[in-house]
Design a protein around this ligand. Sequence first.
Ligand code: UDP
Ligand code: MG
Length: 318
Amino acid sequence: MIVTETIDIVVPCYNEEEVLKIFYEETKKILDSINNYTFQFILVDDGSRDKTLSIMKELAEIYPDVSYLSFSRNFGKEAAMYAGLRYSSGDYVIVMDADLQHPPALIPEMVAGVKEGYDCVAAMRTTRTNEAKIRSLFSRMFYRLSNMLTDVSLVQGAVDFRIMSRQMVNAVLDLSEVQRFSKGIFSWVGFKTKWLPYENIERTIGSTKWSFWNLFKYALDGITAFSIVPLRLVSIMGFFISVFAFIYIIITITKALITGIDVPGYVTTLSTILFLGGIIELSLGILGEYIGHIYMESKNRPIFILKQTNINLTDKYK
Ligand code: UDP
Ligand code: MG
């Protein structure tokens, strides 16, 4: 007898009314070609303002393989992914976007990968077609900086489209920080990961929810979440500036003693004040980033608030 294993497909959705049905149908077509596994969709409505939730309910009415979770407001994609994983129960879990930018056609290969013995098979885009030059430049800079500063290695082009074993999902759930940076978390937990390259696909329906500023904040949060190197840089910078200042003070005093005080010094004084002012502001900013993170984490607020679901809530979740 063949024991079928179960695979949950977690899909964070925010204002995806235009694409959700198509997404389900397209993905379903691919899943039908995979034998020996049963699939269950876990659609997570991240506080959408459009008809996303009612479409989810409709789908759930018609298809028994559709479950949905709906938040009380928009908590962000990270929270939506976390909720999906939290309520998943499959032997494996796939996370993917609703906008068909994560090609469902990769799923059979992903499933084959875990069958081969990998704990995780993750997709990675190889091209960034039509993306603004400046955006890809910043993206490359971020990956370089992040890999330099943090212990986790982020793979350039890695997207949140992957299959994970139950063991890995549980490990991810154990990292229960409120400010989640999944790219880092997936890497931090370890496990054997296989990378599947694919050609980047433009979003054809709906629109992206990311602004440049959001991406910048995301990058900054990613680095501070996994590294305290910036804090150390502040200390090192402080040390070198102090040494330099000390030497300069000795020289200035000696000169004053020997040749007396010559009053001009406007330029040096002003430059020093401005330079040190800048450094101090920067250092405070870096400290502030970390304090902000500590502050938010210390409140220990829930990552998401569930409003509605058709999943039978067992004691485990209540
Ligand atoms: N998403 C979400 N909550 C948000 C923003 C986005 O659940 O606050 C979902 C969105 O519905 C989509 C996925 O996250 O399924 C990726 O979003 P998007 O396509 O806007 O990002 P991009 O592909 O441009 O990185
Ligand atoms: Mg997208």
